[in-house]
Design a protein around this ligand. Structure first.
Ligand code: SF4
Length: 423
């Protein structure tokens, strides 16, 4: 049975927003229904999120950008995280993920839900692991019941999508174990679950309680973002058995979720050398039945700390061109520290550049028009029109400022090639 017929909450949200969504995505309303029913597109919107902006993820709609924010034990300033949320929104992010691991996590999450209409995502396992770590225990001391309670609570609070690493099985985690990889398990959620399974000698609690989780998610229209807990954290680990074992598991979990009327996205790699990106994206999409693919980067080189937003944008452009639907930003702070306000802005813009490259190459009308508009503005030396068509208007206006009294720019000055045609 198609998804919409099994999920009343989703059907209601779509009915109320379908015309606006269709116009924004340049698709007919019937196409939206077909794509959502088939699981190829998801509609993010938990009705408990105040005034949430229903947002579709899935090509051939617009490629969307996520910005990760959140406190850390070293830098815990909830007010700064709200400023970062606003900076990400201003730079053009479509969604926000709260990855906070320090401070009052409930208060931080509620403040983010109140501060923005953009769909908010979380990783609920962080909250239960943090609770035990703060109490002096082991992050893997939590029970399956605590994890389920946390998921239910966050769904009631209005979280729109949740990363759940249900595909990290005992077998899959063993494939990423000692001596198998250069960098082992790099996902926080994946490493906590792997530890939990070893400590408790049990299978993944998200997998064992999947039916109950699906019931919670359907009631609140929470989209499950099936986490890539075993994603490669080094180019050398990309495409190994652990990664694909998990992807196969995610494919099975996707079918089970659809059967229960729950929407699903698939999280993807990670660090992937440039020559493997196309095959990785295509195989992941196929094995997960063409559910929307949400990629972190992918980072096309491991060797760019301090500029990982560029590494991620190169991989993201290629990934999106080959079918990735949703790009999680990387910032210049990746692998080094917690992003600041400027990192947040740069990260969103870098991912938007990746999406623009892919969409222009795919012939999406809005992206082709943007390319044309900025080129025509350049031909006319119309700096304000260039700013309007640019992905980051602020930088155009700021860099131009010191020579704004000149028609041409300071690169060639009076030898401006574009002015040479004027006799
Ligand atoms: S001065 Fe040179 S770089 Fe600047 S607009 Fe003219 S041709 Fe382009």
């Amino acid at each position: 049975m198609p998804l919409l017929a099994k999920n009343d909450v989703l059907a209601k949200i779509l009915a109320a927003s379908r015309d606006d969504l269709a116009a924004y995505e340049h698709l007919a309303t019937e196409e939206l229904e077909i794509l959502i029913d088939a699981g190829r597109m998801v509609l993010l919107a938990n009705p408990a999120h105040p005034d949430v902006l229903p947002t579709l993820i899935g090509q051939p709609g617009r490629i969307k950008i996520n910005a990760n924010i959140g406190t850390s034990p070293f830098i815990c300033e909830p007010g700064l995280e709200i400023e970062k949320l606003k900076a990400a929104e201003a730079a053009g992010a479509d969604t926000i993920m709260d990855l906070s691991t320090a401070g009052d996590l409930d208060a931080i999450r509620r403040a983010m839900l109140a501060a923005s209409r953009l769909p908010l995502g979380t990783v609920p396992i962080y909250a239960v692991a943090q609770k035990h770590a703060n109490a002096g225990g082991d992050p893997a001391d939590f029970s399956a019941a605590e994890l389920l309670e946390e998921i239910a609570k966050q769904a009631e609070q209005g979280v729109d999508f949740m990363t759940l690493h249900a595909g990290v099985t005992v077998r899959a985690a063993a494939l990423a174990g000692e001596g198998r990889r250069v960098l082992g398990i790099v996902s926080r959620g994946g490493s906590i679950l792997s530890r939990w399974m070893r400590k408790h000698d049990r299978e993944n609690p998200l997998l064992e309680n999947y039916a109950r989780i699906l019931d919670i998610c359907r009631r609140h229209n929470v989209v499950i973002s099936l986490g890539d807990g075993l994603r490669p954290g080094a180019g050398a680990d990309a495409g190994d058995a652990a990664q694909w074992e998990e992807v196969v598991n995610l494919g099975e979990l996707t079918l089970t979720a659809w059967e229960a009327g729950v929407q699903v996205m698939i999280e993807g790699p990670g660090h992937v050398p440039l020559h493997l990106i196309a095959s990785q994206i295509q195989a992941a999409k196929r094995l997960t039945h063409f559910a929307p693919l949400y990629v972190l980067g992918p980072l096309a080189t491991d060797a760019a700390p301090g500029r990982d937003h560029i590494s991620g944008a190169i991989g993201g452009a290629l990934g999106a061109y080959h079918g990735a639907d949703f790009l999680c930003y990387l910032t210049p702070a990746e692998h080094l520290t917690l992003p600041d306000l400027s990192d947040t802005h740069e990260g969103v813009i870098a991912s938007r550049i990746a999406a623009q490259c892919a969409e222009a190459a795919l012939g999406r009308p809005w992206a082709v028009a943007r390319e044309r508009n900025i080129s025509e503005a350049r031909a006319a030396l119309d700096w304000e029109a260039m700013a309007v068509a640019a992905l980051d208007p602020q930088i155009v206006r700021r860099r131009r400022q010191s020579h704004s009294h000149e028609k041409e720019c300071a690169m060639c000055g009076k030898l401006c090639a574009i002015k040479m045609k004027e006799l």
